[in-house]
Ligand binder design. Sequence first.
Ligand SMILES: [Zn+2]
Length: 202
Amino acid sequence: MSTKSVLGEVRQVQLAIELIGLGARLQFLEAEVGLSRERLIRLYKELKGVSPPKGLLPFSTDWYMTWLANIHSSMFYNMYQFMLTHAHENGLQALIKSYRLYLDQIESQGGEIVLDFTRAYTMVRFFDSDMLQLSACCRCGGKFVAHAHDSKSGYVCVLCRPPSRAGKARGSKRAGESQEAPSAPESAAFAVESMLGSSGIH
Ligand SMILES: [Zn+2]
């Protein structure tokens, strides 16, 4: 990532603007953009009107397993994989394009953005460091985010086995799996479900 040429520097500034617009945190910008921390902070303040938040939240992989988060995460990660393998994008461009696609899909359905950019790229890192895997649902065939090293045979996804009300009848609970009752309105879930169906993911 050379910033020696003027054109190269302009490209880095454009990349930083795009990433800040998507909601990237300062730590991510420092890792991915070839600009100094001081310039990134100035750019962030100019664009957002506030200083970048301090500290990166250490998200646990468990967040991605809760009902609505799992649906959104799985949809995003399927898009990300598509960008990597079929659109031949590099990791960062695949991340940016698949996240934009995710935002477009949710907004076009009038849904709520559950997966923010920081959670999206943290999830990619969890996959890269072999803490998460995609498991194929034995009922619908869709691929869903799951803990790495969980058994892939007989896996049933969150859409085929939605949580019952009030946390009753939790079904076959596996170690480390957290199941929460959905806090979002059912209409939002329906929007996501129909989207998964229409995009060929589900
Ligand atoms: Zn399923």
